[in-house]
Every structure is written in C-alpha cells, then in structure tokens.
Design a protein around this ligand. Structure first.
Ligand SMILES: Cc1cc2nc3c(=O)[nH]c(=O)nc-3n(C[C@H](O)[C@H](O)[C@H](O)COP(=O)(O)OP(=O)(O)OC[C@H]3O[C@@H](n4cnc5c(N)ncnc54)[C@H](O)[C@@H]3O)c2cc1C
Length: 411
C-alpha cells in the first residue's frame, strides 16, 4: 500500500453508533485516515442513565473517555460541534470554523432531545435522557416525599422519504424503566402508599414497536404494580401540579418524568442532507440517498425505528461493510436487521428482557421477566463501560439470539 494516499474518513459522533463504526474499521486502518468528531470528550452510556436517577449510580460511571480510544484505534479526535456539512466540497465544518475534508463521511450524531418543545419542562419537568437531566432528577428524588408521578414520551415526528415504521414515540423502553424503578424505589422508601404512578403514551398502543407476546406481559406487570396507563395522549405542557395534553385533558402531577420529542440535528437540514423532517434518508446499506460517500447510522438515520442502541450497532456494521466493499477491501455484506432488543431494569433484582421483530413482520416476539435478565443488564452495562464501548463478543451475541429466537418464536 506504500505510496497510496490514505482515504480520509470522518465519523461525526462517538455514541453507540460512532464508536462501533470506529471499532469495526480496525481491519482497514491501513487504508483510512480516520477522524472522530464529538462535542464532548466522553461518550455517554444512555441505557444506564435511569440508574443514575433512581439507583444512585455516579454520573462518571456512564461516561466513557473518548481520547484514549482514539489513540488505541489509530484515529484522530477532534473535539468540537459540527455546524455544517458541505457535501459538494466534501468538508465537515465545525463551530470553531475549522474544516475537515473527507472522502467518506459517517454521520452518527444521534437525535436532539427537544426539552424546550414542552412548555414548562425546564421549570417543572424531569427526564432520564441525558446525563445532566438524569442528575437533576436524582437530586429531585432526594426530597420527593411521594405524590402523583406521571411518566411518558412526548410525540416525535419522522419524515417520509424512506420506508420505516411511523412511530409516535421512538423509544418507550426508558418509560418502562422509570415506572417500575420508581415503583420499587418508593416501596423501599415506604412512600408507595402515598404515591400514584400514571403512564401516558402518544400512541394508541403503549410499546407500539413490539407485538402482543412482548407487550402483554408488561401490561400484566403494570397492573400487578398498580401502574395505570392512558394512550393517545400528546403532551403539550407541564405545570406545578399537572400535565396537559393536546386533546384538552390533563392529569394531576407532582413529578413529571418524560421523554421529550426527538428531533433531527439542525445542521443536517441546513446542509441539505435531511428528509422532510430533517432525519438522514439512506438505503439499506446506510448510504445517503443523494451522496455515495455519506453514510448515516444510529438515531440520526431515518430508517432507525425504533431508535435503539441495538439498531445503531447493526447499522454501524452494515455501513462499515458497505464502505469496505466500495473500496474493494472486502466482499462481506452485513444485512440491516432492525429488531427490538432491550432489557428494562425494574429496580431491585428484577428486569424484563424484550426481544421482538414483530414490527417488521418477523417471527419472534417475547418478554422475559426474571432476575437473570437483571444480571444480564448489569453485565452488559459493566462490559460496555469497562471495554470502553465494545459490545459483548459476536459469538456470545449470536448464542443469545439463537436461544431467544427459539423461545420467542411466534410462527
Ligand atoms: C434513558 C435511555 C435508555 C435507553 N436504553 C436503551 C436500551 O436498553 N437498549 C437500547 O438498545 N437502546 C437504549 N436506548 C437508546 C440508545 O441509547 C440510543 O438509541 C443510542 O444512544 C443511539 O446511539 P447514537 O450513536 O446514534 O447516538 P448517541 O448515543 O446520542 O451519540 C451521539 C453522539 O454525537 C455527539 N454529537 C451530537 N451532535 C453533535 C454535533 N453537532 N457535533 C459533534 N458531536 C455531536 C454527541 O455528543 C454524542 O456523543 C436508551 C436511550 C435512553 C435515552
């Protein structure tokens, strides 16, 4: 390869998707000069944020420092916020004015959590979606004496340029964790009797991204834990003592814990790379529909429905394989295989593992409520943290998937 200039590959975002893409590029590091850009010098382990709020997990334990990983994987790190992409000139433009030229660009900067879209959120609302918000809720819980808790996802909007399920809430798993973990915490503190837990969903079906075999066991557990559900409720406002919905109804509320609307980052639309709602439209190789050298993976991709780390990781594998093929480095193909895989912490020793591809007309759909699921969640979180964003080994994932396919088969 001596004498051949390396191809410049820029990854925007070092979350689940960006880190996975970087790690999967290892075999091709002789061919690419890789730069990773992130606005932070740490990667945030979002699935562990409910534990920061409700189980006293230190916020540092959900941060993975980025620079050491870059050195290890022969990539440069540029800390900064991407302000624009110039797809014709093939440049990433940072807020500092610095420009990064690229031959290939992988967009992996996730979804914006639009707290300000909900009136009253900054004063009265709480969330587990970011580290600052999770910590704020943790502080609030120290003085919470019990009362009416309302939790649910606000409505998000998605475009129509690619064919993907049109979900009203892109990820309701964290709401499942909030309702069960709050129930557990309040029982431990002796405050459950003076509290109510009410869940709302913008969709007509709570957990609309799975089928009945996964959803019904969750509904049964909600009943057993005295948690009530209202569907078809689009959150508009949070006040000191209630939450309000677009249909004119309201619920009394002392503590609102919500998932705000997910929005595509503004720089995507401003750079002419977005669909009608600003998400990045790609083919099933994660390649932009209009630009052959731009790929998008993770929450930012219009195909990523629901918006899950599990989907982000699969998309990273698909994109890296496609880029390697385009460069003639490999003929491996990785299929885009969207499915729901998440483990909802219920507090204490319990969790529910949800595994389903029913949304895509698939053949498995299951929920598994057990202490072993909790152990798996803790092991995954620890593994992800201590290996600095690596997933469990491929053979272990495959073994688990085979097992779950066997038990979760619907046809
Ligand atoms: C509370 C919670 C629990 C969850 N639990 C699960 C779960 O159990 N299982 C599961 O599969 N999924 C879960 N998810 C979803 C999962 O966390 C996301 O789908 C996943 O993080 C998406 O990865 P990403 O890399 O696309 O985006 P992110 O993880 O959001 O990473 C984006 C990165 O881009 C950077 N960035 C953003 N904008 C810019 C910019 N303009 N310039 C430079 N850098 C930028 C950010 O700093 C960040 O590091 C959960 C989500 C939440 C909120």
């Amino acid at each position: 390869m001596s004498g051949t200039p390396l191809k410049k590959l820029v990854i925007v975002g070092a979350g689940f998707a960006g880190l996975r893409a970087l790690y999967r590029l290892d075999p091709y590091s002789y061919h690419f000069e890789i730069t990773v850009v992130d606005r932070h010098d740490y990667s945030l382990e979002r699935p562990a944020l409910p534990e920061v709020s409700m189980e006293d997990k230190p916020v540092d334990a959900v941060h993975i420092p980025i620079p050491p990983q870059m050195r290890k994987h022969d990539a440069a790190f540029e800390m900064g916020t991407v302000q624009a992409i110039d797809p014709k000139a093939q440049k990433v433009i940072l807020d500092s004015g610095k420009e990064l030229p690229y031959d290939y660009l992988i967009l992996a900067s996730g979804a914006v959590k639009d707290y300000d879209a909900i009136k009253g959120y900054r004063e009265f609302g709480y969330s587990v979606c970011d580290d600052t918000e999770a910590k704020r809720l943790h502080e609030r819980l120290k003085s919470f004496e019990g009362g009416a808790i309302v939790t649910g996802a606000a409505r998000s909007e998605f475009g129509h340029r690619v064919e993907a399920p049109d979900l009203k809430a892109p990820c309701e798993g964290p709401i499942g964790e909030v309702m069960f973990m709050m129930d557990h915490r309040l029982r431990e503190e002796g405050k459950r009797e003076k509290s109510s837990i009410s869940v709302f969903s913008p969709s007509e079906i709570f957990f609309e991204d799975v089928g009945d075999n996964a959803r019904n066991p969750v509904a049964k557990l909600m009943q057993e834990h005295g948690i009530t559900l209202s569907t078809g409720k689009e959150l508009t406002e949070i006040t000191a003592d209630k939450v309000l919905f677009s249909d004119g109804s309201s619920m009394p509320c002392d503590l609102a814990i919500i998932i705000p609307p997910y929005k595509a980052p503004a720089y995507i639309a401003e750079s002419g790379l977005g669909d009608d709602k600003g998400w990045v439209p790609t083919d099933r190789n994660m390649k932009h529909l209009d630009y052959d050298n731009i790929y998008a993976i993770g929450d930012i991709n219009a195909l990523a429905q629901p918006k899950l780390g599990h989907v982000a990781v699969n998309q990273a594998d698909v994109a890296v394989a496609a880029i390697a093929r385009a460069e003639g480095l490999s003929d491996e193909e990785v299929a885009f295989n969207p499915e729901v895989f998440c483990i909802m912490n219920m507090g204490g020793h319990e969790a529910i593992l949800i595994y389903s591809n029913a949304l895509y007309g698939g053949t498995y759909d299951m929920a598994w409520h057990s202490s072993l699921a909790k152990l798996m969640k803790l092991s995954f979180d620890e593994e992800y943290h201590f290996t600095h964003g690596h997933m469990p080994p491929d053979y272990a994932v495959k073994m688990l998937e085979d097992l779950l396919h066997h038990f979760g088969k619907t046809k």
